[in-house]
Design a binder for this molecule. Structure first.
Ligand SMILES: Cc1ncc(COP(=O)(O)O)c(C=O)c1O
Length: 361
């Protein structure tokens, strides 16, 4: 393996090294076909098999029941912010949203274009440092769905339990999909941009229960923006993001080899615990999230001053620990430690944090 830095970027983010190696080879010559994977027709036998295998692995790893479709779409997770209400709120219906950070805020703004939106909970005043428990909000009885973001990438919070509601549950799992077991049966729709836990940027995975495909209003929803269009054509209505789907399949194989979602969930919890122990144990660092809302994927923290934070990020980068600058909206530092991020990198960061605090505290 060549010298690689420890890449704490929030997305696109580090990928498993064997995946990069295989992709590098297949870009030039896929399985001795004399052409690379990115040069092939999406309707070729070879690519159709790649896409089918990627979907089968997503289904197997997440235990997705037969009455759900798995779609590989484009437009990023942000396109789902409007596709969901456009397809499910025709005729000015209602939906309930939990506002736990910048990504839910953007989704709420888009949803308001299509229906009546209740924001049943917001942690904005506390700088989004927590997520709610079930008894902290009520879902309007006429709601078509309850929407929440399972992991807040910027603020470093994560729902430890998913909301318990009779309403259709919809989750943006962009930054924690496949990082822990999920009972898909509890959801109407789950979506995720792939660029954190599933592969490179360019493909958005949508897992949608069959009955929701029939809810789209007849008029005023363009063909490309209807879930049913893509469901009916197995995500091949138009040219799909071939390379991203191919890489996603490789990441799924890697995850399966590591024991699947349950096994990686334990590894992720152990990795995050190492970092939180350092933050709690050294009186120099301060975690952003309240303890019972802490994310195992994105760990946002502060140092005593912004100047020290700048110095910390610069010295960490020089030491091969890159991508630790916090999001511009909250500042501070953030370590994103998705599935593919190695435990050794977390241990190196903790040793660095210890030294830095000693020298500057
Ligand atoms: C939780 C969450 N939702 C949505 C998005 C937006 O994703 P995209 O850039 O694919 O539109 C992000 C991006 O980081 C995210 O973290």
């Amino acid at each position: 393996m060549p010298d690689r830095v420890y890449n704490f970027n929030p997305g696109p983010s580090t990928l498993p090294y064997p995946v990069l190696q295989e992709a590098a080879k297949d870009i030039v010559n896929f399985h001795d076909r004399g052409m690379g994977i990115i040069e092939m027709s999406h309707r070729s036998k070879e690519f159709m098999a790649v896409a089918a295998e990627a979907e089968a692995l997503v289904r197997e790893l997440m235990g997705i029941p037969d009455n759900y479709k798995v779609l590989f779409l484009q437009g990023g997770a942000s396109t789902q912010f409007f596709m969901i209400p456009m397809n499910l709120l025709g005729g000015n219906k209602r939906a309930t949203y939990l506002n736990t950070g910048a990504w839910s805020g953007k989704a709420i703004k888009e949803a308001r274009l299509f229906g009546e939106i209740d924001v049943a909970y917001s942690s904005q005043e506390a700088k989004f440092n927590r997520v709610p428990k079930d008894d902290e909000y009520t879902v309007h009885p006429d709601s078509e769905y309850l929407y929440f973001v399972s992991n807040n990438t910027i603020y470093g919070t994560q729902f430890p339990e998913f909301p318990d509601t009779p309403t259709t549950l919809i989750a943006d799992m962009s930054s924690d999909i496949m990082s822990r077991p999920v009972d898909v049966n509890r959801f109407g729709l789950i979506f995720a941009g792939a660029q954190k836990n599933m592969g490179p940027a360019g493909v958005t995975v949508v897992i949608i229960r069959d009955d929701l495909l029939e809810r789209t209003p007849e008029a005023a929803v363009p063909t490309m923006l209807r879930y049913k269009t893509h469901a009916d054509k197995g995500s091949m209505f138009n040219t799909p993001p071939c390379f991203a789907i191919y890489c996603l399949g490789l990441v799924m194989k890697w995850l399966k080899d590591r024991g699947g979602v349950e096994a990686i969930g334990k590894i992720n919890a152990a990795k995050a615990a190492i970092l939180y122990d350092a933050i709690d144990g050294i009186d120099f660092y301060r975690g952003h999230a309240e303890k019972d809302s802490r994310s195992n994927m994105n760990i946002s923290f502060n140092l005593p001053t912004p100047e020290l934070e700048t110095q910390f990020v610069a010295e960490a980068t020089a030491a091969g620990l890159v991508g630790l600058k916090g999001h511009r909206s909250i500042g501070g530092c953030r370590a994103s430690i998705y599935n593919a991020f190695p435990r050794e990198g977390v241990e190196k960061l903790v040793a660095f944090m210890d030294n830095f605090a000693r020298s500057n505290g």
